[in-house]
Design a protein around this ligand. Sequence first.
Ligand code: ADP
Ligand code: MG
Length: 728
Amino acid sequence: MTTATLETPLDGVVGARTAKPLAKAFGVTTVGELLHHIPRRYSRRGELTPLAGLPPGEHITVVAQVLDVRERTMQRRRGSLLEARITDGTGTLSLTFFNQAWRARDLVAGRRGIFAGKVSEYRGQLQLQHPEYELFENREDAPGADQLDEAAAKAWSETPVPIYPATAQVPSWTVQRTVELALDALGPVDDPIPAEILRSEGIMPLGRALELVHRPRTDADWRGARESLRFREAFELQLALLDRRRRAAGEPSTPRPIESAPLARFDAALPFELTGDQRAAGAAIAAELAQPHPMHRLLQGEVGSGKTLVALRAMLQVAGSGGQSALLAPTEVLAAQHFRSVVEALGPDLASEMNPVLLTGRMPAAERKRALLALASGTSRIAIGTHALISDNVTFFDLGFIVVDEQHRFGVDQREALRRKGTQPHVLAMTATPIPRTVALTAFGDLEVTTIRELPPGRQGIETFAVPEIEMPRRAARVWERAAEELVKGRQIYVVCPAIAPGEAETPSGEEPGDAGDAAGEQRPIANVAETVAELRARPEYAGARIEGLHGALPGPEKDRIMTEFAAGEIGMLVATTVIEVGVNVPNASTMIVRDADRFGISQLHQLRGRVGRGEHAGLCLLMTRAEAGSVARERIDAIAATSDGFALAEVDLELRREGDILGTAQSGGRSTLKLLRVAEHGELIQHARDVAGALLEADPELVAAPGLAELLARERAAGHIDNLAKS
Ligand code: ADP
Ligand code: MG
């Protein structure tokens, strides 16, 4: 066999029949990709056990001799059953194999071997179904053969057995066998990481790490191998992110000077003082906009912390030298609201000068045409819209600055498409979903991060209560009484439901819904907008209030109308899905009721809560749930009720969420980006790897002395892998 490299196509090494199902199940097509399919865990075959008195339910390993073998066709199911009985002199045990009649060739009466599996009981007889086994060479006549067998058996029983992520079509042991074939065929492996770094970090060369992670002889083998591979992952990722940041920062861009007449006028008319954090963030952004290189910055801060205001001031700086800005919002509702509040914040004079335009997918043709013209000619300095802004027929006169609101809702490809409408415009991504530092480093490692922690003064705060409906029916009833009291005081109320109508879920954020099965007593369907509207309208205590439903399936103009009427106070209760989640700003709304709150993620609930308590009235957030006490779903809800600090919640979220969810679903297609690295656990490692990568790039920016890494980065750039990661 010719020796393979990590790039060798897998089918050339293991054959198409084996390779194809692996490609389908795990997306692995080369030897390297297969060898990066890392075992999930390792099991032991276990202590050698005498057959007498076997414990059912346990994993055991026995050394025994085959007594007899029978094959029969099954009556109930199609297929054959091979049954072998083995004995070690203290007892007997039967081995069963379905549809594996060929094993009769190995398992012949008289052969000795070692057998491992889980003991089960069938009609009073102990058995192992589909056990692993290894038969000894037939050397009964050789002196001392038994001792030899025992020693081999002991070694075999103590070797860690890799257990792979598997599917029904490709079980772990198939992966294991294919991996062994690939390892056997593999020649010397070129290690992209320079030897000095391997030495200083004390990590194994790549070839050795791959061998030991798949074929360890001891636990120390695989532990060391995994640590080494994990460091590589963190290091290569951080290197790619830092490289990307460095390249982006080196691109030329139009400087937008700090002195700006429109901004000065805006500041002079501002009815309040900027908070300290707003000033600091504003100064950092202003300085960067004035540079001849594009800004790439993430602005994170609690809902209502005043990020949009910071962004608007930056737009006015850009407008000062004639440049245009575009604000990209994830939903029509949000784009329309941004538009209204920008127009209002600018005041009549500045608004007519800046001529902001709204651009969404569902505008009347004439209006749309006017907007497009204003942007192409440069008479409009500010564009606000949904992804309609990205469409081909939108051109800008001089697009200098892009603001992406709720950045995690967009893919990098979308951000890039918008960026291409200008020449290296500055980019400010905003998020109200606080991100723990390690996640920020991993997901947004190519961006500078600015955080606003301070809220504008005078906010009344929000009280949050968990309402476990099953344990506390009285408290649940009280929710609706409280809502009535708020209505009487002239306040408005949001009621959020996970679904639109019975059986119709809506999770527009792309966020994983909460642990679905946890809701106890599935007799009532998941709370939905349609039924909740009907229920609430039927209640006498709400007779005087207008109650409307809002969800993503409504036509755009209808959504806008309802939102506008709610903002104007004409609607008392808005029953909605999470379309109202981000950014919606109605200061008179005091109460947020979330039904079946366990269906939402922590950050989503925190966002929802941020919709109330935005004005002079204290906010109240009631999280109704049927999830059982002690479930993860309840832990999430209790965590939110216990703290209003979004950053603390982000950490809790990180702990409670299953790994992988953190970086979103973006990774699911194609190569899964993170394998051994868990942002929740490996914060220190990530930081350290970033330092090492930074030092290397500092000393050798083009990686001349590390051609393997240079090539790796070039490949990643071409394939856009880190883009995928940053998408989350
Ligand atoms: P975010 O975008 O972070 O959710 P916004 O910029 O929309 O926050 O601000 C929320 C509300 O607070 C807006 O009505 C805004 O005008 C107001 N606001 C912003 N900054 C301040 C401040 N420094 N003092 C008082 N109110 C502020
Ligand atoms: Mg906002």
